[in-house]
Design a protein around this ligand. Structure first.
Ligand code: SF4
Length: 756
């Protein structure tokens, strides 16, 4: 139902529109919604013109947001798994007490490094991760991961080593825009994606290049579509980079002042056989060369890479090669090229540090490669993970090797899932703790990479949660209390300080308590929720953790915050965020500031390990498919009605209801498959029965299945109707991964297709 402040004025009839955001992709476009007359569901949506980034734009998916909020069989009580595999409701006190006892027992016997934390946020649900230290800190949890470690860590790692941060393209101003393994028409990735692509396409002064094996909707609008062979992007990009060097197209004057390691890179690229790159990539050598010349001659170029290459062969190397192309030609640090944004979150961290305890996988931003997690559970290694806390994530469905994940979950001594639904992962856990939805508490957008104006959006809740579910912050705090990690009387002391002296006295006491007892630092977020939270405007309690973030951010970025027209103090920044239900600009920067962010003020071009890999490309003989598995499956394609698994009701999809297997017409004819026929797709990992859609956008030998299908959705009686669509990760396996950061090759899974 609507929150107390909104009841009586939010119904469809009286026409009030409330501000929130779409949570179906990382852009989190601003949305205005009208609630139903009973205040229990979202009745209408439209774009929020006041949102600083999306400015009223929405794609087709936002109109289906109510399928997230208004669901059958809402999880309302903690659930405990019984020995027979069924689940029983238990009281919060029981669940918290038992979980705390089990997790501390694992910690005491094997150390906090044996307890794994996964998740912490989805595409719009980011604050749980900010509160998680409240419980995982006292447990001494050392290893964690989330979806970034199966998508972005390769790119972040490369970017961090080259730029000290993650460069983003200035697509609004670029003369040449390149989408690499990216179909923004369906998967977005830049604000107002469809409008932006159309604007580029119709401007005769601008050029749109799409590199994708499939003729996507974005490719339809492109000036140049490079239909690279599936999984062969590395050769195409190496050929382009080599063309730039071998034809003398590098911007040597710019490089001399702005980059280091140039000679090493040029020496390597001088040795690349471009004709061989053409043969292996499937793109004519003349086209490779002409495209490279176009990039070199352009006044500005911006490139956007995404999962089509990041979840594919040579993914980290591809992230490097595409950056070499636009840095060799000087397309960084000026309008229309690439910048490093300054936002409140640091989601694009690419710093390397340490390795995972069993397999020795490289940790980027502290994240264990997702494809290694099950192997670090299903082992008798003394350092294996023995317990797991998972929140706002569904790894059994969304990570490689679902069968392995089910086995791993059952092998744990204790597994706990915090979520709004009995997901595929929850159904394997010992305990499931019900959380409030993203529209029942304050939540925030953290994927903010805009420039020169960078925004932040704290979403106000739309609904009062039902009895039962709790905010993740409260769950973490209760666990911390049950573990004895919260000093007695501390919460009351802080609350009193806030009541007596407002935030200055509160902040001073917090600092003094931290100085006295540094061990309380991890529980600080939970303490803020309990103490500062109740003092915040109605419904915004969950935003309390942002107060601490704002203090640090304003102190470190006072000039940029002031340039945005805000008082550059933590409190004023926090207040401004609370008072802007459609979001606000929090920093304003200029192009010279981008250069200040680079270590030493220069781009580091030479990454020795990746240069060595580049030099070996011509000797490599790609053989992704085989006679037994002749197709390459793109597992998890973004389509007009796909989202992650937070949308579980299959009725949300207006098109492609079964999540069909897309297959080239010639392949379909050869296999005797017609439109709407049934087929079985098999890999070395498993089989799924699918509906066929004959699609001339697909290359021969390349098939695709969408993401987000194959999830359970019990009806109102608790019965489970047949599951709709194929779960992609029933077909993938963990060893199919990048050699540097372990990201999966979901976009080129060897597969066999047969009529059934
Ligand atoms: S682009 Fe579409 S799916 Fe993504 S946030 Fe905006 S409306 Fe939602």
């Amino acid at each position: 139902m609507a929150t107390a402040a909104q009841i009586g004025k939010t119904s469809k009839e009286n026409g009030d529109w409330l501000s929130t955001a779409c949570i179906l992709c990382a852009l989190n476009c601003g949305v205005k919604v009208q609630l139903s007359a009973d205040g229990r569901s979202i009745a209408r949506t439209r774009g929020d013109e006041s949102h600083p980034a999306s400015k009223g734009y929405l794609c087709n998916k936002a109109s289906r947001l109510n399928y997230y909020q208004d669901r059958a069989n809402r999880l309302q009580s903690p659930m405990r798994r019984s020995p027979d595999g069924s689940y029983e409701e238990v009281a919060w006190e029981t669940a918290i007490r038992e979980i705390a006892a089990k997790l501390t027992a694992v910690r005491d016997a094997h150390g906090g490094e044996s307890i794994f934390y996964y998740g912490g946020g989805g595409q719009g649900n980011h604050l749980p991760g900010a509160y998680a230290s409240t419980s995982i800190g006292p447990l001494g949890v050392k290893y964690r991961s989330n979806a970034l470690a199966q998508e972005k860590t390769g790119e972040f790692w490369v970017a961090d080593r080259m730029f000290g941060g993650w460069p983003h393209g200035d697509f609004e101003q670029a003369q040449v825009v390149v989408f690499l393994g990216k179909n923004p028409w369906q998967s977005h990735g830049l604000h107002r994606a469809r409008a932006a692509i159309r604007e580029i396409a119709k401007d005769p002064e601008r050029t749109l290049i799409v590199i994708d094996p499939k003729r996507t909707e974005s490719a339809d609008l492109a000036d140049i579509h490079l239909a690279v062979k599936p999984a062969r992007d590395a050769w195409l990009l190496a050929g382009m980079a080599a063309t730039i060097v071998q034809e003398g197209l590098a911007n040597e004057a710019w490089l001399a002042g702005h980059a280091s390691g140039v000679a090493e890179v040029e020496n390597t690229l001088e040795g690349i056989d471009i004709a061989d790159c053409a043969t292996k990539s499937g793109i004519d050598e003349a086209v490779i060369r002409s495209t490279a010349r176009l990039v070199a001659a352009a006044s500005s170029v911006a490139v956007l890479e995404d999962l089509g290459v990041q979840m594919n062969r040579h993914s980290t190397l591809v992230s490097y090669l595409q950056r070499l192309i636009w840095t060799l030609t000087g397309h960084f640090g000026r309008p229309g090229t690439h910048y490093i944004a300054k936002g409140l979150g640091r989601i694009s961290d690419g710093r390397e540090g340490g390795v995972s305890p069993v397999a020795g996988g490289r940790l980027i931003a502290g994240l264990v490669p997702c494809n290694l997690i099950t192997s670090e559970i299903l082992t008798d290694h003394p350092k294996r993970y023995r317990a797991m806390l998972i929140e706002s994530a569904n790894p059994v469905h969304s990570l490689a090797d679902s069968a392995g994940w089910r086995q791993a979950m059952r092998a744990l001594e204790c597994s706990v899932v915090i979520d709004v639904a009995m997901t595929e992962t929850a159904l394997e856990a010992d305990y499931v703790l019900p959380a409030t939805t993203q529209f029942e508490k304050a939540e925030a957008t953290f994927f903010n990479f805009e420039f020169p104006d960078n925004y932040f959006h704290l979403r106000h809740p739309l609904f009062t949660p039902p009895d039962g579910p709790l905010d993740e912050a409260e769950i973490h705090m209760r666990l911390a209390e049950a573990m004895g990690a919260v000093p007695e009387g501390l919460e009351a002391e802080l609350s009193q300080a806030l009541a007596d002296g407002k935030r200055p006295a509160f902040g001073a006491m917090l600092m003094s308590k931290m100085a006295e007892q540094p061990s309380i630092a991890p529980i600080l977020p939970g303490l803020l929720y309990r103490t500062l939270g109740p003092s915040l405007p109605d419904g915004l309690r969950n935003s309390a953790v942002l107060w601490g973030l704002c203090q640090r951010f304003a102190a470190a970025n006072a000039e940029a915050v002031a340039a945005a027209g805000l008082e550059p103090t933590g409190d004023e920044l926090f207040n401004a965020i609370l008072e802007a239900p459609s979001g606000l600009v929090v920093t304003r920067q200029d192009w010279p500031a981008v250069w200040q962010r680079l270590p030493g003020g220069k781009v580091e071009l030479a990454l020795p390990d990746l240069l060595t890999a580049t030099a070996k490309l011509n000797a490599e003989q790609p053989a992704e498919a085989s006679p037994e598995y002749p197709f390459l499956l793109s597992a998890g394609e973004r389509r007009s009605f796909t989202a992650n698994t937070i949308l579980r009701n299959p009725e949300w999809r207006r098109k492609d209801p079964q999540g069909a297997l897309f297959i080239n017409p010639e392949d379909a004819a050869r296999l005797n498959l017609g439109e709407g026929s049934s087929a079985r797709i098999s890999t070395q990992s498993g089989s799924q029965d699918v509906v066929v859609a004959v699609n001339d956008r697909m290359q021969r030998g390349h098939v695709s299945l969408p993401n987000g299908l194959g999830v359970n959705y019990p009806n109102g009686d608790g019965d489970q109707p047949p599951i709709v669509g194929a779960a992609p990760n029933e077909l993938t396996w963990s060893e199919l991964r990048d050699e540097y950061v372990g990201t999966p090759w979901h976009k080129s899974v060897p597969a066999r297709v047969e009529a059934i």
